[in-house]
Write a protein that binds this ligand. Structure first.
Ligand SMILES: [Zn+2]
Ligand SMILES: [Zn+2]
Length: 305
């Protein structure tokens, strides 16, 4: 298992220098999740070989256009391609009304059901609970209701140590060993000692996507110790005041957040159109937190052992 994050777009506000609006594809256990769907996400998905039919969950961080203006177009394309299987759509309060009104006035009924969930503002909620993964919301501090998303793999089971296993185990014995339990004979003696016949579980990973937000220390408690953090870095530190006024973060602040939250690795994105060359911005982040990268389009960040 593992988590992979593919960047489709990382530009704030409008397009610039061939950078497009926010969108990412997260893959965990062969399941594909889209986070945000700015304008041109469909084209970016095509360019970077994303199969729309494989996406079963779309998560929207907030209703600023640069994060969801591509959504109705993407849903329409899924409909035109003949999609029949359900799509789970998770977004802010108001998203249901927007989708309903767009479909009403275009007299469109999609071929596939949409299961729409609106998250609640300012609280952390469990949004998705799958056998191997949970996704929770992370409250952001932005000019309108906004959430980030925390992907956490569930702890893995112990692995069978094949070098010590010469005999065939029955399903119940395998289950017990993987759960960390010794297998016992009917007379109470030990048949398979767990420590001998199993190996420790593989590491489970976590990824936090922090969308548009003002720098605020409360965020630390939601993202503490994640393996990979995506954080917005709209401006550089000389624009700190403007960042605060517009509820955004500077590159230095994104680095400080990664340090305070003791994350493994940082990706920064949501770049202002004022920056053609992003290297000075990356240097500013790395002065605060060394293990940082830019969210460049087409890049894939992998978390696996
Ligand atoms: Zn934005
Ligand atoms: Zn915004």
């Amino acid at each position: 298992m593992g988590i992979s994050v593919k960047i489709l777009g990382s530009s704030a506000a409008s397009f610039a220098y061939n950078r497009h609006h926010t969108s990412q594809i997260i893959e965990v256990d062969n399941k594909h999740f889209m986070i945000d769907c700015g304008e041109s996400t469909q084209l970016q998905a095509k360019k970077y070989h994303v199969k729309l039919s494989k996406i079963n969950h779309i998560l929207i961080s907030h209703l600023h256009g640069d994060h969801y203006y591509g959504l109705i177009g993407l849903l329409s394309t899924m409909h035109l391609y003949g999609r029949k299987h359900p799509l789970s759509l998770i977004g802010p309060p108001g998203l249901s009304e927007i989708i309903t009104i767009q479909l009403k006035h275009s007299r469109t009924v999609f071929n596939f059901p949409i299961e729409l969930t609106e998250w609640k503002e300012d609280v952390q909620e469990l949004l998705i609970d799958l056998p191997k993964l949970t996704i929770k919301s992370i409250p952001m501090k932005h000019s309108i209701p906004c959430a980030g998303f925390l992907f956490e793999e569930k702890p893995n089971l112990r692995r069978l140590n094949k070098t010590h296993l010469n005999e065939t185990l029955n399903p119940s014995e395998i289950k017990q060993l993987k759960a960390g339990i010794d297998v016992i004979h009917e007379d109470g003696s030990i048949k398979y000692l767990n420590q001998k016949f199993t190996l420790p579980p593989r590491k489970h990973h976590s990824y936090a996507f922090c969308s548009d937000t003002k720098y605020h220390k409360d965020l630390v408690k939601w993202i503490k110790g994640v393996d990979l953090l995506y954080h917005e870095a709209t401006f550089m530190e000389d624009m700190k005041e403007r960042a605060s006024l517009t509820y955004h973060t500077t590159a230095a602040q994104a680095g400080q957040m990664a340090t305070a939250a003791e994350v493994g690795k940082l990706i920064v994105g949501h770049f202002s159109t004022r920056y053609k060359d992003l290297n000075p911005l990356l240097k500013e982040v790395q002065a605060e937190f060394e293990n940082a990268r830019l969210a460049l389009e087409g890049y894939i960040f992998e978390l696996n052992e």
